[in-house]
Design a protein around this ligand. Structure first.
Ligand SMILES: [Zn+2]
Length: 234
């Protein structure tokens, strides 16, 4: 390996639950000034509830590397796409969407949101296996049964470089709505979601109004969790 490149272990997401780390290759140069980065030492990351063993370093130049910035760097530096290392989803055409590494980070974030909403382990496991559920009145179905929705998910993910982790369906006075719950492209937007109060959670979504297409939009939606399922409060 090029001696300018090092492999380090960092938190995969901000709320890592003490288990979600990721090992990445980095060009060992400060992205601000280009000076060599500092020596690596064992460090601990605390996410507010759990401790995770990771790598740390102090750059001699004084510029501080934040883990969130390092993740973005690793996602785009071209050093972290191990061929075949990520089980590629057989049903989602990823060609123009996220690269496998960025997708993996967003998937970790999505799983942490699903756990926070206390979804049934079955739904979480389905998502781990690349299956998204559509929820109607708190009950989730495999979205694979609905080709039109699958196509919509693919379009959203490719066009907006986001990751859809669940869909809710409601008929309302202002139209038939499909809410695609997503982890957005930019990591700095992740920390705002979910905002939880008891069993209610504000999450980020694309709202598809199939009755009035022109009313479709991105925004935050209020989700009620109940017995391991979810529904949107409209
Ligand atoms: Zn520097």
């Amino acid at each position: 390996m090029n001696k300018d490149i090092r492999e380090v272990t960092i938190p995969a997401i901000v709320e890592h639950d003490g288990i979600h780390s990721i090992t990445v290759k980095l060009l060992w140069r400060c992205p601000v000034c280009g000076m060599p980065r500092g020596e690596v030492f064992p460090a601990k990351s605390y996410d507010g509830s759990r401790v995770l063993e990771v790598d740390g370093w102090h750059n001699p130049c004084g510029h501080v590397d934040k883990y969130s910035a390092v993740r973005e760097e690793a996602a785009s530096n071209g050093l972290n796409e191990p061929p075949g290392a990520v089980e590629q989803d057989d049903n989602l055409d990823n060609e123009e969407g996220l690269d496998s590494f960025s997708r993996k980070l967003r998937k970790e974030k999505a799983l942490s949101i699903m756990r926070q909403m206390q979804l049934l382990p079955d739904y979480i496991e389905m998502f781990e296996n690349e299956k998204v559920c559509i929820f109607e009145s708190f009950y989730g179905y495999d979205v694979d049964q609905f080709p039109e929705l699958k196509q919509k998910i693919r379009e959203l993910e490719c066009k907006h470089k986001c990751l859809v982790y669940a869909v809710t369906h409601d008929n309302t006075s202002f139209g038939e709505l499909y809410d695609f719950l997503i982890v957005p492209k930019h990591e700095e937007d992740w920390e705002h979601f979910p905002r939880s109060e008891g069993s209610r959670h504000i999450v980020y979504a694309y709202v598809w109004n199939t009755t009035r297409e022109e009313c479709s939009e991105f925004g935050s939606v209020l989700i009620q969790a109940f017995h391991g399922g979810i529904a949107r409060i409209v």
